[in-house]
Design a protein. Structure first.
Length: 283
């Protein structure tokens, strides 16, 4: 049954990771979509009031009947292009000391800051600040998604990976469907309200990211160091990651079994005897 497929994801060793990953996917998708879907409308509002700082460069089109639409398309294009380097930088950041978790959290937090700056341009009416803040958001949000997509399949064992990633993706899609409906209602209050709600959602997601219990980079690095210590140099990243996932999954199984012995003995502290008993049972 479908419930049986989900049960391994809520084992004591994986429950926290599963719930946090799913919440992250849902909240990030909603926060991102609330800004992204209505970006042309927001840019149009800004450009209709802005004292265009690019007026000398755009003097030829500024007086045209479609000048506002042209500026909206220009700003939207710059926003889209700004996200291209994000995936490349994300691929580099995940193997730095920040690892997967803090690369996610940092990029998500800065994405929220960029939205705050974008909202403040309503008061300054500065087209340059609008473009810069939206570009920073485009870059950081693409980086954020790149790391999320890398981390999610890594943290789950192959036996449950498909189910875990499928549920995460489904929750993200549902949030993406609901987000425009909510944003439409919030726009009736003010064009800046959806932006600040997006900021709150992104920062909440960043908090969830820092609470993730498993950093997959460290596990793969440990496997690589062990392989070098026993005379197997230059273990490929893909092999180290696959081995790390299997070792982690087996450790979770052993610990879950050991906790049964601990509870059966009416204790609250896990002991070496519990681990040995679990190993005997599993072997």
């Amino acid at each position: 049954s479908h419930a049986a497929l989900l049960k391994p994801l809520f084992a004591p060793s994986l429950q926290r990771t599963t719930l946090l990953v799913w919440v992250i996917w849902a909240v990030v998708a909603m926060g991102f979509t609330m800004f992204n879907v209505f970006l042309p409308k927001l840019l149009e509002t800004r450009n209709s009031e802005a004292s265009h700082s690019f007026a000398p460069a755009n003097a030829a089109i500024a007086g045209g009947p479609h000048s506002k639409q042209i500026r909206v398309y220009r700003d939207s294009l710059i926003y889209a292009i700004s996200g291209i380097p994000g995936s490349i930088v994300g691929a580099w950041m995940v193997d730095t000391r920040l690892g997967r978790i803090y690369s996610m959290a940092l990029s998500t937090f800065i994405s929220g800051l960029a939205l705050v700056a974008f909202a403040l341009t309503a008061k300054t009416h500065n087209a340059a600040l609008t473009i810069i803040s939206s570009s920073v958001f485009g870059f950081m949000s693409t980086l954020m998604f790149a790391v999320i997509y890398a981390y999610t399949p890594e943290v789950f064992h192959p036996s449950v990976r498909g189910t875990a990633c499928g549920m995460a993706s489904a929750l993200g899609r549902v949030s993406g469907i609901v987000a425009p409906l909510i944003t439409g209602l919030l726009l009736g209050i003010s064009t800046t309200v959806p932006l600040y709600v997006s900021v709150g959602l992104l920062w909440a997601a960043a908090g969830c990211m820092t609470a993730l219990p498993i950093e997959t980079r460290d596990i793969a690095t440990t496997i690589r160091n062990i392989s070098e210590s026993i005379g197997v140099p230059k273990l490929k990243d893909g092999i180290a990651t696959a081995m790390a996932q299997d070792v982690e999954y087996r450790l979770h199984e052993v610990i879950a079994e050991a906790m049964k012995f601990m509870r059966h003995s009416k204790r609250t502290k896990l002991t070496v005897t519990d681990i040995n008993s679990a190993l005997r049972v599993r072997n």
